[in-house]
Design a protein around this ligand. Structure first.
Ligand SMILES: [Zn+2]
Length: 303
């Protein structure tokens, strides 16, 4: 089973006029990444039917829709509502995480509960650096605590600490994520974009002993890293905490791709020198266990 753990999707009215839609909501940061007036345009657009067709074309069984790290609480509600609707319509293909703005305090906590009760199955993608909260912000700690209590995974956008300066790359500290894992050992944490290379710091004994519930997704990997990253991370931490995620509908190969697809990146993974078992875990089994799909953990397998 292939499960893409990192997909974003927007309602048709957003794709039709991203700048107008974002302006009306004060989401300038998002639009400057998704639809910049100048510079490299990496964002592709999709809709629910196209997503399902693209999944079929690549043999992707299920996708986990992640929310964006919005500035405003109201935008989080709007996105959660799209996802609640889409997951209800396609329960055999789609899962979705709820997004929140932790700085909204009680309102964020209530939205978290509402979205989970309505069928969403995790929290994220959140970005402390972009959304303006520290690891010790009380609103965020409450969200992390609730997620740990309920066994729900949390996906965080992690920036690479060293690299090209691009608009999506903000200053954050890998140390903060280790602090979080240490503070909430039961929290199932997914650190996106290979956790900004944090897997290699697990060689440190103290760090490594605290990361049992920390997973790393591979979102946007072709834009950031050479294919050898797959083999190197699996050699560093083993194959059980790596989750295949694409960041669809981002154009991962902007020179070769007019519109987004799942096929090219899966081909890259296929050729990355992983064993059959390692590949099976990364492409689906790890996510299946984490989300409790079709296993003893209580999920429902579809035909
Ligand atoms: Zn991200």
């Amino acid at each position: 089973m292939i499960i893409d753990s990192h997909v974003h999707l927007y309602a048709p009215e957003v794709a039709a006029d991203p700048r107008g839609w974002a302006r009306a909501r004060g989401e300038d940061r998002w639009v400057n990444l998704a639809a910049p007036l100048s510079g490299r345009q990496l964002q592709g657009w999709s809709d629910i039917d196209t997503l399902l067709m693209d999944m079929d074309a690549a043999g992707v069984d299920r996708a986990v829709l992640l929310g964006w790290y919005w500035d405003h609480h109201e935008t989080c509600i709007e996105q959660n509502n799209w996802y609640i609707d889409w997951v209800r319509r396609h329960p055999d293909r789609l899962h979705a995480f709820a997004t929140v703005q932790p700085r909204a305090g009680d309102a964020a906590e209530n939205e978290f509960k509402r979205a989970i009760d309505a069928g969403l199955c995790g929290i994220g993608e959140l970005s402390p650096a972009s959304q303006g909260f520290s690891m010790e912000h009380p609103g965020w700690l409450r969200i992390a605590e609730l997620a740990a209590e309920r066994g729900l995974p949390v996906n965080l956008h992690v920036n690479e600490p060293v690299g090209r300066r691009h608009p999506g790359r903000l200053q954050d500290s890998l140390d903060d994520y280790v602090w979080l894992a240490d503070r909430f050992p039961d929290l199932k944490l997914i650190l996106a974009h290979w956790g900004g290379m944090l897997p290699f710091f697990e060689m440190n004994k103290w760090v490594g002993s605290r990361m049992g519930n920390v997973f790393y997704d591979t979102a946007a990997s072709p834009l950031l890293y050479r294919p050898g990253i797959f083999r190197a991370v699996v050699d560093a931490i083993g194959p059980s905490r790596v989750l295949y995620g694409s960041d669809y509908p981002l154009r991962l190969y902007p020179r070769k791709q007019e519109r987004p697809d799942f096929v090219r990146f899966l081909r890259e993974i296929d050729a990355a020198g992983l064993s059959r078992d390692e590949k099976a875990r990364i492409l689906g089994e790890n996510a299946r266990g984490l989300l409790g799909i079709g296993g003893a953990t209580g999920g429902v397998e579809s035909a």
